[in-house]
Design a protein around this ligand. Structure first.
Ligand code: G1P
Length: 271
């Protein structure tokens, strides 16, 4: 059973400057609700009961958001406002499930995940990248059921245009399992157009085995001088770990760029 999820939140958010110069991008509202809460709702609805946040000293406001009890209690005492009460209870519900670990130097997704090594108890765990919102259908829930059925690791994916492959991790297919599930042969982080093995892009949802930590411990820097989770996944695939690419059914919103962020509010308001 997958009961733990990791959310990397230590990134600098430079693509959303100036909005992120003093404020964590994951708390920016998307259609009236912090982006991070969509991710938490997805986790909890998928049956996750422990969520590990990877933050940094610069992103302490994220912790404060969940630990502002004194403030809420004062307000609730003075004002009998049922909406505020409801929102506070929701934050308390989240808080019970969250643990914090720190990544103070942003050295890449792989380095961030490695910081959680001593907290993972099960054989597999879920990772959600907060820039990637998936609406309408719970992608994590679908992936957990594939993991249960096929006893494998899983990565969410979509088909992208060839001209955009260098934005993503791209995987090649060994075998089609079903309409939306593929056995992965190899995966490359942000390949050049000419080197891309396909146009199957990895989106920020992963079910990974604990063995990934052995690879991350010795993982060398990859493209852009960062330690990428993709490069360690590649090592596991080489050792015959079974990885399935899952073309998910929900609506994908990339909130990590200014254009995507602005658009996501508009799109969610119409869902
Ligand atoms: C990360 C991963 C990449 C993946 C993407 C999905 O890239 O490294 O493989 O395709 O998330 O959003 P980033 O968005 O951090 O550049």
């Amino acid at each position: 059973m997958i009961k733990q999820a990791i959310i990397p939140l230590a990134g600098l958010g430079t693509r959303l400057l100036p909005l992120t110069s003093v404020f964590p991008k994951e708390l920016l509202p998307i259609n009236g609700k912090p982006g991070l809460e969509y991710i938490l709702d997805e986790c909890i609805d998928a049956g996750i009961n422990e969520i590990i946040f990877i933050i940094s000293k610069k992103k302490k406001l994220i912790k404060k958001y969940f630990y502002n009890d004194k403030y809420y209690k004062n307000i609730i005492k003075k004002k009998k406002d049922s909406r505020i009460n409801k929102e506070y209870n929701k934050i308390l519900k989240f808080k019970k499930k969250i643990k914090f670990v720190y990544q103070n130097n942003p050295l890449g997704t792989g380095d961030a995940i490695l910081k959680t090594k001593n907290y993972i108890t099960g054989s597999h765990f879920l990772i959600l990248f907060p820039d990637d919102l998936i609406m309408k259908k719970n992608c994590s829930k679908q992936m957990i059921s594939i993991h249960k059925k096929l006893n494998c690791s899983v990565m969410a994916s979509i088909k992208v245009k060839k001209k955009n492959v260098s934005r993503w991790g791209i995987y090649s297919i060994k075998k089609k399992i079903s309409k939306n599930e593929f056995l992965i042969d190899d995966v490359v982080e942000k390949p050049k157009i000419n080197n891309a093995p396909s146009t199957n892009a990895v989106i920020g949802r992963y079910i990974l085995p604990k063995e990934i930590f052995n690879k991350l411990t010795i993982q060398k820097k990859g493209i852009g001088g960062e330690i990428h989770i993709t490069d360690s996944i590649r090592e596991l695939i080489k050792e015959k770990h079974k990885f399935i690419g899952h073309n998910f059914a929900g609506k994908y919103l990339d909130c990590g760029t200014m254009y995507g962020y602005i658009n996501s509010s508009l799109k969610i308001s119409k869902l």
